[in-house]
Design a protein. Structure first.
Length: 186
């Protein structure tokens, strides 16, 4: 792992456990075991590290959600794949999940960055637009739809993480079905 990647990884670990406010550049330098000059070579301030992490993870979310959907024209099947992709990504990458929950929706992330990174969700938005156009889904704001989709996955991941329920495959299928039907016209 190169030094820049190491700094990003360590920062992700620190801010998901300590929070943005409680993570200093000194903490990052110590945890990454890099020289101060090395950190400043890649990043001028902590906000730059946070913004890069946000951008990387937002791109990951958009890519992961749409993985293995290109050969599926059936909207319902594609939705299931998208939902499961994000669910498994969060289960396999708990730091990304914590980041998305604690930091990704934080006022610490500037609106200009949130708007800039929306491009990574263009395929997801197009999925919802197409379902609206073909009259499978009700006419809703696609950003709201994306957030509700994302939220349904997050809710089940939280149940999994907190072990409130011994999740079985049928529970996952039920969650996907409930989420899907919430958008449907019928």
């Amino acid at each position: 792992m190169n030094k820049k990647s190491l700094i990003l990884q360590v920062t992700l670990e620190l801010i998901t456990t300590k929070g943005i406010e409680n993570t200093s550049l000194t903490d990052i330098i110590k945890a990454a075991d890099v020289a101060k000059g090395t950190l400043y070579h890649h990043f001028k301030k902590k906000e730059e590290i946070i913004e890069e992490l946000y951008t990387i993870l937002t791109e990951d979310f958009g890519t992961v959600i749409m993985r293995n959907t290109e050969n599926t024209e059936d909207g319902r099947k594609k939705y299931q794949i998208m939902w499961l992709n994000l669910y498994h990504y969060f289960i396999d990458n708990p730091l990304a999940f914590i980041f998305s929950e604690q930091i990704g929706r934080s006022p610490e992330i500037p609106l200009r960055l949130k708007e800039k990174t929306r491009i990574y969700y263009a395929d997801i938005e197009q999925f919802f637009r197409k379902r609206i156009q073909e009259k499978t889904f009700r006419q809703f704001n696609t950003l709201v739809m994306q957030e509700l989709f994302f939220g349904s996955v997050v809710s089940i991941v939280k149940i999994h993480e907190n072990e409130l329920v011994d999740l079985e495959e049928r529970h996952i299928k039920q969650a996907i079905e409930i989420s899907w039907k919430g958008f449907c016209r019928h």
